[in-house]
Design a protein around this ligand. Sequence first.
Ligand SMILES: Cc1cc2nc3c(=O)[nH]c(=O)nc-3n(C[C@H](O)[C@H](O)[C@H](O)COP(=O)(O)OP(=O)(O)OC[C@H]3O[C@@H](n4cnc5c(N)ncnc54)[C@H](O)[C@@H]3O)c2cc1C
Length: 433
Amino acid sequence: MMNVIDIPDKGTKKRIVIVGGGFGGLKLARKLKGDDFQVILLDKNNYHLFQPLLYQVATAGIEPSAISFPFRKIFHKRTNVHIRICEALRVIAEENTLETSIGTLSYDYLVIATGCDTNYFGNTELGLRTLSLKTTSEALYNRNQILESFEKAQNTNDLAMRSALMTFVIVGGGATGIELSGALAEMRKFILPHDYPDLDMTQMRIVLIDAGSRLLAAFSEQSSEEVRTYLDKKGVEIKVNCKVETYKDHLLTLGDGSSISVANVFWVAGVRANSISGLPPEVYGPGNRLRVDPYNSVCGFKNIFALGDTAFMVSPDYPNGHPQVVQPAIQQAKLLVDNLSRLNQNLPMKSFLYHNKGSMATIGRNNAIVEMKRIRFVGFPAWAVWLFIHLMSIVGVKNRLFIFLDWMWSYFTYDPSLRLIIKPAKKGQQVET
Ligand SMILES: Cc1cc2nc3c(=O)[nH]c(=O)nc-3n(C[C@H](O)[C@H](O)[C@H](O)COP(=O)(O)OP(=O)(O)OC[C@H]3O[C@@H](n4cnc5c(N)ncnc54)[C@H](O)[C@@H]3O)c2cc1C
């Protein structure tokens, strides 16, 4: 028998259990004010993570603490919000109960906002051997890995090994792959030659691989072409229409029969929803996303909702579901606040309509691409817009300020100075070197 999680009595309020304090879950919890609801926010981590800037943590551009914000701090003054750090494991819908790593919890309404994890498309070996970029821990791991590769390259006389250590392959030509490649190209130009004067940085390779026919497939063809030309100029080797087959003993084999000797492979090629188990099989849609109706109710359930990356909502404009980006999560959360209060008052709920505000990706210093409905612009103006929007989206004034200072420092000095190799260790435990 599992322990029942100790939560204060809800009285006459309805209990809403939100699983996941990402963009969707956090917005929902923040907006569910008032006396009608008791809000229980569950998350595996004790902080909200601003994923779009993870690549800058991985490439030593900003500190992880600048893009991570503790939930308990966010909800300091909210008496109707209760936070429990745990992993949600299984829904027992017939009992309106959720099983978690710290016990069970009953709910009146359950909202699943668990986001996504990396998708290796069934190739578990690639999952074990490549680097992914979804969490703060992974970004820090990547930062260590990048820096350690140069330390090891410095210390080896084996030229083949040195070359593998100085080769970086990024699999996935979406926004994250582009941003990561651009950031590594800038490290190669501005930072690494000063940090490692004894290494020949012309030997450092950055290879960007995508299985599709063009980079940035979610953007226009013109943008794809411009990004390709820009990265090409920065010395990034680009391979499209190219599938990764295997990666073993520092050898990456590709579908065209070629191979690359490489010690650092980043896998940013796809995502799979972190949906919780326990629901009927027909509810789990493509990419493990939960099928929801236009009100974000999980199909077949009136009191279970899913939103953001986890939700698979089909509409005439989005027959394959909404893009798994920040805006659908935030907009669905805002509507759900209204709909939950309507449900409470026995009023009909409102359907979700996605307002696509556009897409943007940064490719490097002074350069980004912004695409909105009828406007498309690139270069410095796009980069300035990208900086401003990302800065303003960060939770917390202190974090915004720190990121702004880090960015300004790097911009003017070409040196972010955060290149620390820090590995957590338990007392008495030797850290692997
Ligand atoms: C590297 C990277 C760059 C990105 N760049 C952009 C960008 O530039 N623009 C953009 O619009 N989008 C970007 N995205 C996508 C964007 O971050 C997601 O679409 C967005 O975070 C989705 O919000 P969400 O609320 O659905 O999930 P998330 O924000 O992913 O939040 C999910 C939360 O659920 C928690 N969780 C998961 N499973 C469990 C469980 N079983 N129990 C308890 N807690 C759980 C997680 O810890 C997390 O806090 C990027 C994503 C990544 C990884």
